[in-house]
Every structure is written in structure tokens, then in C-alpha cells.
Design a protein around this ligand. Structure first.
Ligand code: CAO
Length: 469
């Protein structure tokens, strides 16, 4: 039957659509990917929805890791010692009798169950949890997990898919049995020897690169292991030593150690000052770690405000703009100043001249003026300023959370923003708050079994500790 012109064109358009759909389907089939979700972005669960974490962590390094996984949607079940809990619940308390900020800011988006892991009935609950969880994360002292009977062999026999992730102070070697805290890791990982001023002692940093930094590394390892498990069907051990995590963050200093063999480090201000280098990378004060010299300079109000400073980078492509701003246009063409190599020996004097200008402005004025002409600068922000910064609240980087015991507190939300996995920051759990719901809903224990386990004392504080309290 002959087709009209209109019919013909409709058929053409339709058949084009069919071909398009078919090729899409084929492409999806060909690379084995599921069809894209039909739900709008942000409405189809979270990145780690369906992943269950047996969180055996305490203090800072491990809890940082599991909180990040919780932010991404994992169901994090924190196991705590009955009657005591994570030691940080009571450390640095600011509200009498309530969980400290140390605890609450590292344990959001988690459920808490109390279990005496050395009690036979406690072991029964732990074994049930191992069977139902995807990942066990721990940061006990070396050997503690084995002493609980939770060896890799035991765990793997119960659940071959289980990923067992550990934070330790040191990897295998002479220090593997040592207990380690943040600053020990900063010192052993090469950060302290390269931080501070040349004339002064080594310094630790305020950023918790040993604890939170290692927690971040372990979280990455866990996600990679989950991805590999999709292919292999089996779990694996994930280990990050705090020394290794710090060294990874301090890798530019290991770069400089090797460069030292072929000559002085010309971007370090000690080079310009004519101070000879020793055998190891020196402390470089506030020198910039990259090839663009930078320094911290005083701003208006520095006499009374300890944070009235700005980090100023003399990036080569904007040297002309810097010269104009600070009233030294002649430096643009003066051969003693015009090129980066010519400036290197004079950095101290150059920064002193720039500082004469920054001292006439507030750090925010310097920020405004410099950014207009692409000069990279950074105001030294106090924690007070950060806590009050509206844009950080707007993006969910600083979040106010309500807690039934202590009231409202600020925490750091998910620093990673994703378009299809929206973070909802939840308050930290009370000690053992979810014990019953986990036994019943997650592990499927019957009422009689729950009563038996509870009556055994495996989930509650020992009687004498109760009396002492
Ligand atoms: N039920 C029963 N016992 C429990 C338990 C529970 N729910 N939870 C923990 N315990 C026990 C452990 O089994 C261990 O007992 P054993 O010594 O008999 O094996 C005991 O509590 C103490 O554990 P720990 O040695 O890990 O704790 P600690 O306070 O002595 O040391 C730390 C703390 C952080 C130094 C150590 O855990 C460590 O080195 N961890 C690895 C590195 C790390 O993460 N450091 C970062 C800490 S944050 O700055």
C-alpha cells in the first residue's frame, strides 16, 4: 500500500528513534553496563547504599574512615565496649556527662551496638555480624583483633566476601608492634622534620594528617576492594600504616631529598639567603612547596589579631601585576627582578616589600584586590571565621547537628560533593543506642535468643564497673 508524504516522514522519524533505542540497548549490552537509572539525580540512593560496615574503630583514624563511608550511604554499625564505649566519648568533654565533641564529630551517620568481644555470647553476636557485613574496619593495637579470636582465617571462613581493613601505626618491620598516635605518625612519616622554621625544632601540623589522613586512605582502599570484589567475589585485607599515609602526603619532600643530591633547592628561601644545605631536606618555614615562591605576610591589624595574615604567591605569569600593585613598576623590566631565576636570591627582600603593601590592607581586601588580577593569595582563616562562614554552611561542608544529650554542635560534613549521592549528616549515636534494633532487624535473632544473650552479660557493663560508676 502506498504511503502519504506525512505517513512517510513519520515513519522515517519513528524508525530513526527505534534505531537510536536499539543502538543504545546494544551499547548497554555490549559493555555489560546496566541501563541508567530513570530516577532523577540525587533520588536513587547513595553511592554506598547496600554496603554494611562492621565498625570496630576507636579514637580518630578509624572513625574518620567509617564516618566518610557513612556519609556515602553505607550502613555503619559501630561495636563498642559495654559501659565504656569509644574512649573519646569522655575525652576533652565540654558538656558534663555528655558525649564529647571529639566523639560526636567523628561518629556521625553510624549506629552503635555494645558487645563484649571477649565474652562467648558476644562472640556469637560478632560472628553473626561478620556473616552479614561487607567490611570490617579496625584500628586496634597490633594483634588485638587476633587476641579477640577474630583472625583473618576465622573471618574469611565465616564470610569469604568480607573485606578486613586495618589502620596500624607502622607496616611490617622493626616498629610493627608499636602503638601509635597522631603526632608519632607525623614524626615517623617525614612531616615533622620538614615542618617549621630552619632555626627552630621540628613541628607537628594542626591538620590531623596521621589520623584523619590515614582514615581517608583506608576508606579509599575499602572502596577499591569492594570494586575488585565485584569481579573476584572474595574479600581481602586492606592495611594502611599511619607512617605510610603521612609519607604519601609528604611525598614532595621525598622528591626534594632526591633533588638535593644534584644541588641546592633553589626555591627554598635558604638558597637565596646563602645558607648551605645539609644532607637531609630542611624545614622550609612558609616557603611554597611548588615552583612558585610564596610566603605568609602581615596584613592590617596583625598587631592585635594573630590571624591577620595572608599567603602570597609570586606566580611568574602575574609578576607584572604584582609590581604594579605594590608600587614597583620598574621591577617588571629591571634584569635583577624581571625573571624568576633573578628573583630567587632576593625572595626575602621581595616579600618584605610586598608586605609593606599588604600591611596597609585587611587580608580580605588583599584577597579581593589580588584575585581581580589573578594573583593567587590565601587569607589565613581562623577556626572562628571558618565556623561562621556562610558559604561553607551553604555547601554542607560545615553542618549544625542536633544531639539529644548535648544540644546543637557543628561538624564537618562530607568534603566530597557528588551529584547523584547526596550526603545527609546525622548525629552520632548514644552508646548502645541501636543494640536491640541490630540484634532483631539486622541479625534476625528471636526474642528468646536476644534475652539469652542479654542475660549472659555480653552486651552490658560488668557489674563491678556499674557499682564503681
Ligand atoms: N570488648 C572487649 N574488649 C575490647 C573491646 C570490646 N568491645 N574493644 C576493645 N577491646 C580491647 C581490645 O581487645 C584490647 O585488649 P587486649 O590488649 O587484651 O588485646 C584492649 O581493648 C585495648 O585495645 P587497644 O590496645 O587498641 O587500645 P589502647 O587504648 O591501649 O591503644 C591505640 C590505643 C590507638 C594506641 C592503639 O589502638 C593503636 O595503636 N591503634 C593502631 C594505630 C591507630 O589507629 N592510632 C590512631 C589513634 S588516634 O590518634
Amino acid at each position: 500500500m502506498a504511503k502519504s508524504k506525512k505517513q512517510k516522514s513519520r515513519t522515517k522519524a519513528e524508525s530513526k528513534k527505534v534505531v537510536k533505542l536499539k543502538s543504545k540497548k546494544l551499547a548497554a549490552k555490549a559493555n555489560g553496563l546496566p541501563k541508567p537509572s530513570s530516577k532523577p539525580y540525587g533520588k536513587d540512593g547513595k553511592a554506598l547504599t547496600g554496603v554494611r560496615i562492621l565498625d570496630f574503630t576507636h579514637v580518630q583514624s578509624g572513625p574518620t574512615c567509617t564516618q566518610l563511608l557513612g556519609y556515602m550511604g553505607a550502613d555503619v554499625i559501630k561495636v563498642e565496649r559495654p559501659g565504656v564505649g569509644d574512649i573519646t566519648r569522655t575525652q576533652l568533654r565540654d558538656v558534663k556527662g555528655q558525649d564529647s565533641l571529639y566523639f560526636t564529630m567523628l561518629n556521625g551517620n553510624k549506629r552503635s551496638i555494645t558487645i563484649d568481644s571477649k565474652h562467648p555470647q558476644g562472640k556469637r553476636v560478632l560472628d553473626a555480624l561478620i556473616k552479614t557485613c561487607d567490611v570490617l574496619v579496625e584500628n586496634f593495637a597490633p594483634g588485638a583483633l587476633d587476641r579477640m579470636g577474630l583472625t583473618w582465617e576465622h573471618i574469611h571462613k565465616l564470610n569469604p566476601r568480607m573485606i578486613v581493613a586495618s589502620v596500624k601505626g607502622f607496616g611490617p618491620g622493626p616498629y610493627e608492634d608499636c602503638k601509635v598516635y597522631e603526632n608519632v605518625a607525623q614524626c615517623a612519616g617525614g612531616s615533622a622534620s620538614t615542618t617549621g622554621f630552619r632555626e627552630g625544632p621540628p613541628l607537628v601540623t594542626g591538620a590531623q594528617i596521621g589520623d584523619s589522613g590515614t582514615g581517608l586512605h583506608v576508606a579509599w582502599g575499602i572502596v577499591c576492594a569492594l570494586y575488585q570484589r565485584m569481579r573476584t567475589g572474595r574479600g581481602q585485607k586492606v592495611l594502611c600504616a599511619m607512617q605510610d599515609g603521612v609519607l604519601n602526603l609528604a611525598r614532595v619532600k621525598l622528591r626534594d631529598q632526591q633533588r638535593l643530591k644534584v644541588g641546592p633547592l633553589s626555591e627554598y628561601s635558604q638558597f637565596g639567603e646563602g645558607v648551605p644545605f645539609g644532607k637531609a631536606v630542611p624545614r622550609a618555614g612558609n616557603d611554597s612547596g611548588g615552583g612558585q615562591p610564596g610566603w605568609i605576610l602581615k596584613c592590617k591589624g596583625w598587631e592585635s589579631d594573630p590571624d591577620a595574615y595572608i599567603y602570597f604567591i609570586t606566580q611568574a605569569p602575574v609578576w607584572g601585576e604584582i609590581c604594579d600593585l605594590i608600587g614597583k613598576p620598574q621591577w617588571k623590566t629591571d634584569p635583577d627582578y624581571a625573571t624568576p631565576p633573578a628573583r630567587l636570591p632576593k625572595l626575602k627582600q621581595i616579600f618584605a616589600t610586598i608586605e609593606e603593601w599588604t600591611m596597609t590592607k585587611t587580608k580580605f581586601e588583599v584577597m579581593d584586590i589580588c584575585n581581580k588580577v589573578d594573583i593567587p593569595v590565601g587569607p589565613i582563616l581562623s577556626m572562628k571565621e571558618i565556623a561562621e562562614e556562610k558559604s561553607l554552611r551553604d555547601t554542607g561542608t560545615v553542618v549544625e547537628v542536633d544531639h539529644p544529650g548535648r544540644g546543637k554542635y557543628l561538624t564537618v560534613g562530607n568534603p566530597v560533593k557528588m551529584s547523584d549521592s547526596i550526603t545527609e549528616v546525622e548525629r552520632s549515636p548514644l552508646l548502645g543506642e541501636h543494640t536491640d534494633e541490630i540484634l532483631k532487624d539486622v541479625l534476625g535473632f528471636k526474642a528468646a535468643e536476644i534475652a539469652e544473650i542479654k542475660n549472659s552479660g555480653a552486651l552490658s557493663a560488668p557489674k563491678k564497673e556499674e557499682k564503681a560508676a
